[in-house]
Design a protein around this ligand. Structure first.
Ligand code: PRX
Length: 660
């Protein structure tokens, strides 16, 4: 939620008994941080040595061709080896890796489907699936495969299997539409799609394979589809010679099948993940192998203080970067026990998550501000029904956490005895960049802050001219120097990579967020500085929504802006100009909302649609979304001298008031 900077508690310092022994003075932490930057390469090499490499690197950072940086050049490793093989050689072989719970419950509210996988189970399955990909479907190093799957263990298993043989995964969030799926398959030129018949969400069956079939009508590169039977649906249409049931193929693969992990170059791409930007279609963000592993490993230790006995639960969907780094890779690199839950947070009732925390004794919870605000609204009585005393760390991610929500989580969920951080990062960074680091030292917490940059990350807040913004003054968040988990460009579009991230302030990575640095150097990210909207933490581009609206036969023009929402942080609203002769009506409004749902996915549905006859534009024809946002939030309009037609704003105002 865009923060009201007047209310930010720059001077509130919080510490508690459990974490006192890790407490460090802010200046001592800053000195430690400064030292990590002075010897940046040595610092990261020191961390990287804790992983097992098949071949050591020759150079930590190759900065000879900026901004195309390369980390741990010459080094060879394999993520699947690090996530499973490494553990089965130790006592962790029989340790639980994944505790999975499906959404359905019985009459007593108990889950009816649970699965427990040890590291050895995971090792076996990863090998068998790697075997299937390689030998049954001919997938080779560098091939792209698209995964369109719900939150079941087979999703991380398939990702690890792909990485074992050097295939590049493109995971598409299971809430995205056929159109969005097709676009991502086409951009990545995937040869294979892995999906399920469906999954449970809020007590209803979501049929995934049907969406894949629709998407494949618009793609040409996919040779095969593997369908995992999550629900046992009997009426799934299977295209002969193209579609195969997972269990049928796996029947023919030995239980002890073994596939040699490829010794991959550190810079070999592990995955592509599509994310929204300011303009144009979603960008395929590419991440490497070695740098990403080192970044994720380090932050698992520093930010989550992960210990052998922990029960770790990151509630993010694997369809987003948080799930990639902190469900699939992070906990498995560490040999941790983690929870994976299939369904909705408040199904069948608002204490579902708290029942999960109690059932498994969760110690570390990583979640979103939107979820916390939703639970806050349901009331304290729901968490109070359960024993949450095992929790020792509660972190959030995806959007700013407002101080009230922070305080609620700290008190009601954490009994004022947990460490809490609002971890700042993004798809492009690959891992957490700004956060408290209780696994190292804990500086005093402040409700809602992101904290200080982690060691090895050179973060700053700049003014319009690229000079450091003074303390307390809003500026642009940047990262000054390369970091291990950084993106390796945009799939197939190097120019866009340079233009989007490295051109606003030359030589410096431009994030696209507004932020404030307070008098202690703590970072407070305020929200996006561009036309990206964060709806319940999901990242959407106004351009994508506008294109979806304009693709409807009745729409001539559309402008979308994000406005504050008490739970979701932000929601999109749309101003629509209809084609001549089309009559505005509530039915049409509903139809357009449905159309956006179908084109992008339910997360993108506009909260309101306003019909207007013209949009506010500059004389050169650029839509002034800023003014539409001001109208909806009641903020001052600011400078309107470039506006072509004043009545457009009056009309937007009127439309807005009528709907209220
Ligand atoms: O605006 C920032 C916000 O989420 C954006 C990145 O979105 P995405 O790539 O989807 O990744 C989200 C999960 C890592 C950022 O530009 N953001 C993320 N974390 C925070 C945040 N804003 C404030 N506080 C955070 N902790």
């Amino acid at each position: 939620m865009a923060q009201d900077t007047q209310e930010l508690p720059f001077n509130e310092y919080i510490m508690n008994e459990r974490w006192k022994s890790r407490q460090i003075d802010i200046n001592a932490y800053k000195a430690f941080h400064a030292k990590s930057l002075e010897q940046l390469e040595e610092f990261w090499a020191h961390v990287a040595k804790e992983l097992e490499w098949f071949r050591p690197w020759d150079k930590v950072l190759d900065a000879s061709n900026p901004p195309f940086y390369r980390w741990f050049v010459g080094g060879r490793l394999n993520l699947s080896y690090l996530a499973v093989d490494r553990h089965v050689k130790t006592w962790r072989k029989n340790k639980l890796a994944i505790e999975w719970e499906g959404e359905p419950v019985d009459g007593n509210g108990e889950p009816t489907e649970r699965r427990k996988l040890t590291y050895f189970d995971l090792y076996r399955e990863v090998n068998r699936v790697a075997y299937m990909l390689k030998h049954n479907f001919g997938i080779k190093k560098g091939d792209r495969i698209t995964l369109y799957m719900p939150m079941i263990p087979e999703l991380p298993i398939t990702m690890l299997a792909a990485w074992r043989i050097g295939a590049i995964t493109s995971v598409v969030f299971s809430g995205f539409s056929a159109e969005a799926l097709a676009e991502r398959i086409n951009d990545s030129q995937s040869r294979l799609v892995v999906t399920t018949d469906g999954f449970w969400r809020r007590g209803k069956v979501v049929r995934l394979k049907d969406v894949v079939d629709q998407a494949l009508e618009k793609t040409r590169t996919v040779e095969n589809v593997i369908v995992y039977s999550r629900l046992g649906l009997k009426d799934v249409p299977m295209t002969e010679g193209r579609d195969y049931w997972w269990h049928r193929v796996m029947e023919g693969i030995k239980v002890n099948a073994y596939v040699e992990p490829e010794p991959l170059e550190s810079e070999h791409p592990s995955f592509i993940l599509y994310t929204s930007g300011t303009t144009g279609k979603p960008k395929g963000i590419v991440h490497d192998t070695g740098g990403w592993a080192v970044h994720v490993y380090a932050t698992m230790k520093w930010v989550f203080d992960l210990r052998e006995e922990d029960v770790y639960w990151c509630t993010a969907d694997v369809g987003w970067i948080t799930g990639h780094s902190y469900v699939v890779l992070g906990p498995l690199l560490m040999g941790a026990t983690q929870i994976i839950y299939e369904g909705a947070p408040d199904y069948p009732q608002p204490d579902r998550w708290w029942a999960v925390v109690e059932r498994y004794g969760v110690t570390i919870l990583y979640t979103s501000p939107t979820a916390i605000r939703m639970f806050m609204r349901y009331g304290e009585e729901w968490p109070r029904r359960h024993d949450l005393s095992t929790l020792r760390i509660i972190n959030s991610v995806g959007e700013p956490i407002n101080p009230e929500a922070w305080r609620w989580a700290y008190k009601v969920l954490g009994n004022e005895n947990v460490a809490i951080a609002s971890t700042w990062w993004m798809t492009e960074t690959g891992g957490i960049v700004v956060s408290h680091a209780p696994g190292l030292y804990l500086i005093p917490m402040k409700p809602g802050t992101n904290g200080l940059p982690l060691p090895g990350f050179d973060v700053d807040v700049l003014d319009d001219n690229g000079k450091p913004a003074p303390p307390g003054v809003r500026g642009y968040l940047v990262i000054r120097r390369p970091w291990p988990g950084m993106l390796h460009g945009i799939w197939g579009d190097p120019d866009r990579y340079i233009k989007t991230y490295w051109s606003r302030f030359p030589g410096v990575f431009y994030v696209g967020d507004y932020a404030i640095k307070d008098q202690d150097g703590y970072i407070w990210v305020l929200g996006r500085a561009d036309e990206v909207i964060k709806v319940a933490g999901h990242r959407l581009g106004t351009y994508e929504l506008e294109s979806a609206l304009v693709s409807h036969p009745t729409v001539a023009e559309a402008a979308v802006v994000g406005v504050p929402d008490p739970i979701k942080g932000e929601v999109p609203i749309a101003y629509v100009v209809l084609k001549q002769g089309v009559v505005a009506s509530d039915e049409l409004r509903k139809e357009l909302r449905d159309h956006v749902r179908k084109t992008i996915g339910p997360v993108a549905e506009p909260a309101h649609i306003f019909f207007v006859t013209k949009l506010p534009k500059t004389r050169s024809g650029k839509i002034m979304r800023r003014l539409l946002k001001a109208v909806a939030t009641g903020a001052p309009l600011g400078d309107t001298t470039t506006l072509e037609d004043e009545t457009s704003v009056e009309e937007a105002k009127k439309a807005y008031e009528e709907l209220r």
